[in-house]
Design a binder for this molecule. Structure first.
Ligand SMILES: Nc1ncnc2c1ncn2[C@@H]1O[C@H](COP(=O)(O)OP(=O)(O)O)[C@@H](O)[C@H]1O
Ligand SMILES: [Mg+2]
Length: 674
């Protein structure tokens, strides 16, 4: 559970942290592992070197030991050939020889130097004047060998009695009360009385090689520090570390320290203490050389213990050299300290480098995220400035292309929307127009029906009035006062009849008699009728007619009526004179003829624009308001359209569009009008 939680936490980290954390873990683990392994290797190397050195030191110590032994042997051998000794043996007068031997003994630092006769009985014990004589020492292994004519030398273990015979003081010097040592093997007794000696024995022979006796000498090691100090001096050159001797040497009788320069807590030579059981078993019992780390008296040492054998090959003691471990430990710690500091610095440097690299890796991603956010917010003009050739560079390229495509798509969309809006507007306009036309048609239809009814009813009375008025006028003589009134009645009635005729005309929507006609010709005719009237009013007609227009099928009379209406309205709008320009042309899409009547008259007030096609809408005092309504009806019946463009105050343009093909006879519009 916990691991999963950690995993989730890790996943939620920003990429840069994730990278750094991963790198750090790897570097940290690697560092710790390297440190551990390094420490082990280093420790092992240093310790191996130290152990090798201490091994060599032991060999050197052994050489010092052997050298001392050789010294004793030489002393004994050379003394054995002296005439004064032989003389004493031959004559039995020993005083002079005893003095000589005592002198030699002292001179060469021996503890004993004794003479026996040819059967191995003591003749002289040079150390002490009152020492016993005549006792048999022929069973001693060294003397036995010398009695056989050999020179024998080696390590010897002397009993207390033996030592006491030489000198009670020697016996006393050899005696140790054992000091309890925690790691040592238990011993039955709590003291040691034997002495460990270097011993040499040489035969004394006369000219004829006959054995006269044996001379033997020895050096007691118990509490004699000369040898160990010499070893220390020669092998370790007296080096010190923080006030302590680096190297020490010890002689062991069995497992007991009898001569040493290892100091105890009180600064005394640590004699009387014993070696650990482990070392004892290795060296004394198995006669091996022990090299290794050991706690010696007060401190850890790197130690070497070698067995010491007597002349019969029994392991009787040990020779030890040891070096303080401290300097090596300190050396190791120093090296490790430096190593750790360097590793730390390396790690720091790596972390710096890593964060730099991580930044380099994650920065483009950050930019990309930023760019994505911007794009999501609609800013498509944002471009990523990443030019690398790696995956991120490719990604950035793809990203930019995507943005570009998006931009293009958006542009298309905007364009499209605009087009759509325009189309909708167009369609709406068309729809409105159609609707207006429908409304117009409906108005015309209902009005037409009503007007037809009214006109029909009015027509007969009007006709009656007109006929009666004319009859009365014919009967009137000149000067008749009622003549004027009758003339007025006749005129006004005629006008009424004209209006009614127009109404009927409008309402009737007589079926068209379409035949192929030249549209320009119809224009000419319509204008011709008005020309005289126009020139009086200072109005100019300009014709811009496309004479190549083909003939189309139309009801010539009706269309002429339309054109006349338009031209007449134009003239009426130009009471102060002006120009009426009539043009004919193909429509732009080539499906219709367009006929435009453009005048320079008053124009139409915007408020009136919507009403001018309504029946009875007129701004003129004499107007019927039917001209445009009727014209509109005719054009629609033919399937065409009529539009007006007005520039109020400057003129108006009416445009009639007539399709080439007339609509089917039973069109909707026609049915409405009938
Ligand atoms: N060319 C024009 N210039 C200015 N106004 C016009 C023009 N043609 C028509 N009109 C306006 O449209 C109205 C209706 O015309 P119309 O139906 O012919 O009726 P009437 O001519 O009898 O008034 C006119 O009264 C006039 O106000
Ligand atoms: Mg009119």
């Amino acid at each position: 559970m916990r691991a999963r939680k950690l995993g989730r936490l890790f996943n939620d980290l920003p990429l840069r942290r994730k990278l750094i954390l991963t790198f750090l873990t790897v570097v940290g683990l690697g560092g710790v592992l390297t440190l551990l392994i390094g420490t082990r290797i280093e420790q092992r190397t240093i310790m191996t070197l130290a152990e090798a050195k201490v091994g060599h030191d032991l060999a050197s110590a052994r050489m010092v030991y052997e050298e001392r032994l050789n010294g004793i042997r030489d002393t004994v051998r050379l003394s054995a050939v002296r005439e004064i000794i032989k003389e004493a043996l031959r004559t039995g007068r020993v005083e002079a020889a005893a003095a000589t031997l005592d002198f030699t003994r002292r001179a060469f630092g021996l503890d004993i130097l004794n003479l026996t006769d040819s059967r191995g009985r003591i003749v002289i014990r040079s150390r002490r004047a009152g020492a016993p004589r005549g006792d048999d020492v022929s069973q001693d292994p060294y003397i036995r060998r010398a009695l056989r004519g050999e020179v024998a030398a080696g390590t010897h273990i002397a009993s207390r009695e033996e030592l006491a015979k030489e000198d009670p003081e020697l016996a006393e010097r050899a005696r140790f009360r054992l000091i309890a040592t925690p790691m040592a093997a238990p011993r039955p007794d709590d003291y040691e009385e034997r002495g460990m000696m270097l011993m040499a024995a040489a035969p004394i022979v006369d000219q004829a090689d006959a054995l006269l006796g044996v001379l033997y000498g020895g050096l007691l090691f118990n509490r004699d520090y000369e040898l160990v100090d010499r070893v220390k001096e020669i092998v370790f050159k007296g080096e010190k570390y923080k006030g302590h001797d680096i190297g020490t040497a010890t002689l062991f009788l069995d497992d007991l320290r009898i001569a040493t320069n290892v100091l105890d807590d009180a600064g005394q030579r640590a004699i009387g203490t014993r070696v650990s059981r482990e070392v004892r078993e290795a060296v004394l019992l198995r006669a091996e050389t022990y090299i290794g780390r050991a706690f010696v008296v007060t401190a850890w040492h790197i130690t070497a213990y070698g067995p010491l054998r007597d002349i019969e090959g029994r392991t009787v003691g040990m020779l030890y050299v040891g070096m303080l471990e401290r300097p090596y430990v300190d050396l190791r710690n120093r090296v490790m300290g430096k190593f750790t500091v360097m590793a730390g610095l390396c790690a720091l440097f790596l972390v710096g480098l890593l964060s730099f690299i991580a930044r380099r890796i994650t920065r483009p991603l950050g930019l990309m995220v930023e760019a994505t956010d911007k794009i999501a917010a609609g800013d498509l003009d944002h471009n990523l400035e990443l030019t690398g050739r790696d995956e991120i560079g490719h990604l950035a390229g793809a990203f930019n292309r995507m943005t570009e495509n998006l931009r293009a798509a958006r542009q298309d969309l905007t364009q499209w929307t605009k087009t759509l809006e325009r189309r909708v507007e167009e369609r709406t306009g068309e729809l409105r127009k159609t609707q207006d036309q429908l409304i117009q048609s409906a108005k015309l239809a209902s009005l037409g029906k009503m007007a037809a009814g009214v006109a029909h009813e009015i027509n007969n009375p009007l006709t009656t009035i007109l006929i009666q008025a004319h009859l009365q006028l014919e009967r009137c003589t000149d000067g008749d006062p009622s003549k004027e009134a009758l003339t007025l009645i006749a005129e006004e009635t005629a006008r009424c009849a004209q209006i009614v005729g127009g109404l009927l005309n409008f309402a009737r929507q007589t079926p068209s008699r379409a035949e192929p006609s030249d549209i320009n010709e119809i224009v000419d005719r319509a204008l011709q009728l008005l020309e005289k009237q126009a020139s009086v009013r200072n109005i100019r007609f300009v014709k811009q007619l496309d004479r190549t227009l083909p003939q189309i099928r139309i009801d010539r009379n009706k269309i002429q009526q339309v054109f006349s209406n338009l031209a007449l309205n134009a003239c009426e709008a130009m009471s102060a004179g002006g120009t009426l320009t009539v043009s004919s042309r193909w429509s732009r899409d080539g499906t219709c003829f367009e006929l435009a009547f453009a005048d320079t008259g008053t124009g139409i007030a915007p408020a009136h624009l919507a009403k001018i096609f309504d029946p009875f809408f007129s701004t003129k005092s004499f107007g019927t308001g039917l001209g445009l309504a009727v014209s509109y009806g005719i054009v629609r019946q033919r399937g065409g359209t009529m539009d007006v463009l007005s520039d109020f105050g400057r003129g108006a343009t009416f445009t009639v569009r007539l399709p080439l093909e007339a609509p089917a006879e039973n069109s909707e519009y026609r049915e409405d009008m009938s």
